[in-house]
Each structure stands twice: as structure tokens, then as C-alpha cells.
Design a protein around this ligand. Structure first.
Ligand SMILES: NCc1[nH]cc(CCC(=O)O)c1CC(=O)O
Length: 311
């Protein structure tokens, strides 16, 4: 069923990063809006925006510093009006939006799991002692160090294609990627084993796409409310509240996942960056109670950790 279109005079400008995954997410957003309002592709214009995190490829993300390495320039474009909506991987989104912007539209979530990717092994436990694991994610590095302190960790940046090339060249024996990214890119040929959340809890918001808009743009607000996926929003409310209370940045190893199983079930974990300790906990509550549950679980873990836990 199509809804009456707000008949945009000009194409709706969709802002995105230029990586193949970001473009796939922008295309999915265009497809869902087009289907909801009976609009052709020509009613949309995809605008690629260069972000700091993509421009700098030769340094570890934690050394570039600051929040929003993958989002800042896109939010600036939204505020100045050169785009109308911004499509984001929610995993890369800071917990607070700048004044004047709103993020309250989520697409149905993809697979939340990490994928263990290797040309020679099926999982962390099969890697020979001293093997090299490539990852730039503080969370994955800490989770790996906790489980396999013998492995050597190396930084691994770049898109999926670049990382597969590095594995082929022997730069590392294995890496982790999000299942969501592999699925969205249709990369069926990448040798992957899905890692269950019970083995390794994924990042907050992994697999979720969020669409940001100007707070003042009522026409766009109405369009986005037609494609918003409520269950994903309820889960992310819990996970992002957990992250916010932990003051999570990309400098802190944090994992979190909420599921709807009649109620809302939130699991969370914080780790020391070197993997020498981890503290985990969970909450169960009403589906609309995510924000309070997330904050409460974060406070419990922070109290257990004590000062200086992150080192
Ligand atoms: N920080 C990079 C990033 N941001 C979102 C995804 C994957 C897609 C998703 O989780 O929605 C990735 C790459 C990865 O972890 O493999």
C-alpha cells in the first residue's frame, strides 16, 4: 500500500559516506521510501560526503581521536541544507545528535552477529598459537585478548574488500567483520563463521541503519515515520542508553545487545582494553523501558568496575 506522497518539488537528497557498504545502505533507504510513497528513483538524489574516518587510512581510529569520525561532515551537510536526510550505520553514531538534528528512524535490523573471517580457520579456538588477528575495533581486540591472550593483534583498517586482500596476502590469519555488512554487500564468497552473542557480544547498534533529519523538517519527518521499524527503535533505545551512561566513545571497549522476547532483554559488557578483565550483566523489562534499563545496567557495571578499570 502506498501513502499519499508529500510530492517533493525537487529530489530528496540522501547524504551518505562513499564506501560500498554505505552506498548499499543509502540504496536500501531510497528503496524503502520509494516503495512507501510510490516514488521513482529519480525522486531521490544520493549525495556522497567525505568523512574524516575514511580520509585517514594509515592510522588507528583511536589515535585520530574524537567522536563522530564517520558522521561529523554528514551532519554538517544536513544542518546547512545540502542534504535532506543522512543514512548512518548506527554502530558508528555518537549517542547525542547536534542541536537541530533528530535521529528517530531506523530500518529493520540486519544480523547483529560478528563474523569470524579466515582463509584457514573456522573460529578463534582453531587458530594456531601465536597467530595474527587483524582488527581495529577496541571491543573486538579486547574480546580476543581475553579469550586468546597468545594471539598477536595487528591494526586492520579499510573496507571489506581491502581487508580480504590483506588476509590473502598473509598480513593476518583472521579478522572479524559484521555479518550485517557482508549480507548487505552480498559477499557470499567471504569465508565466515557467525559468532553467537553468547560467545562474543556484538557492538551496540551493530547491524542497524538510522536515518537522521533536521528537527525543523516536518515533510521529511512524516516520510521517515512511514518507514521507521519500531522494534529496532526499542532495542536501540536500550543499547544506546547503556552506551551513553557509560560515556562510551570509540576509546572504550563496550559491547551491548537488546532482544525482544515478549519483553526486552538487554545484555552488556565492558572490558579492559588489554583484555585482562571483563564485566558483564543483564536486565529484563518492559519493551518501552529500554532507556531506563540501559542506564541502570551501565551504572551496575561501572560500580563493579570501580575507578581506573579502563586503565
Ligand atoms: N566501524 C565500521 C562499521 N560500521 C558498521 C559496520 C558494519 C555494519 C553494521 O554493523 O551495521 C562496520 C564494519 C564492520 O564492523 O565490519
Amino acid at each position: 500500500m502506498t501513502q499519499s506522497s508529500p510530492t517533493p518539488a525537487e529530489p530528496l537528497k540522501i547524504g551518505t559516506r562513499g564506501s560500498p557498504l554505505a552506498l548499499a545502505q543509502a540504496h536500501e533507504t531510497r528503496g524503502r521510501l520509494g516503495a512507501a510513497f510510490g516514488l521513482p528513483e529519480s525522486a531521490f538524489q544520493i549525495v556522497v560526503i567525505k568523512v574524516t574516518g575514511d580520509a585517514i587510512q594509515d592510522r588507528a581510529l583511536k589515535d585520530i581521536g574524537g567522536k563522530g569520525l564517520f558522521t561529523r561532515e554528514i551532519e554538517e551537510a544536513l544542518l546547512e541544507g545540502s542534504i535532506d536526510i543522512a543514512v548512518h550505520s548506527m554502530k558508528d553514531m555518537p549517542v547525542d545528535q547536534p542541536e537541530g538534528l533528530v535521529l528517530d528512524c531506523y530500518l529493520p535490523r540486519e544480523d547483529v552477529r560478528d563474523a569470524f573471517v579466515s582463509l584457514s580457520a573456522k573460529g578463534l579456538t582453531d587458530l594456531a598459537p601465536g597467530s595474527v588477528l587483524g582488527s581495529s575495533s577496541l571491543r573486538r581486540r579486547a574480546q580476543v585478548a581475553l579469550r586468546r591472550p597468545d594471539l598477536q593483534l595487528v591494526e586492520f583498517r579499510g573496507n571489506v574488500q581491502t581487508r580480504m586482500k590483506k588476509l590473502g596476502e598473509g598480513v593476518a590469519h583472521a579478522t572479524f567483520l559484521a555479518m550485517a555488512g557482508l549480507n548487505r554487500l552480498g559477499m557470499a564468497d567471504v569465508p565466515r563463521t557467525a559468532v553467537e552473542p553468547e560467545e562474543m557480544l556484538p557492538a551496540v547498534a551493530q547491524g542497524a541503519i538510522g536515518i537522521e533529519r533536521r528537527a525543523s523538517d516536518d515533510r521529511v519527518a512524516a516520510m521517515l515515520s512511514a518507514i521507521h521499524h519500531r522494534d529496532t527503535g526499542l532495542r536501540l533505545a536500550a543499547e544506546r542508553s547503556f552506551l551513553k551512561t557509560l560515556d562510551g566513545s570509540c576509546q572504550t571497549p563496550i559491547a551491548g545487545l537488546a532482544l525482544l522476547d515478549g519483553g526486552l532483554w538487554l545484555r552488556g559488557e565492558i572490558l579492559r582494553p588489554d583484555g585482562s578483565a571483563a564485566i558483564a550483566g543483564e536486565r529484563r523489562g518492559a519493551v518501552t523501558d529500554g532507556a531506563a534499563m540501559g542506564a541502570d545496567l551501565a551504572r551496575e557495571l561501572l560500580a563493579k568496575a570501580g575507578p581506573g578499570f579502563f586503565g
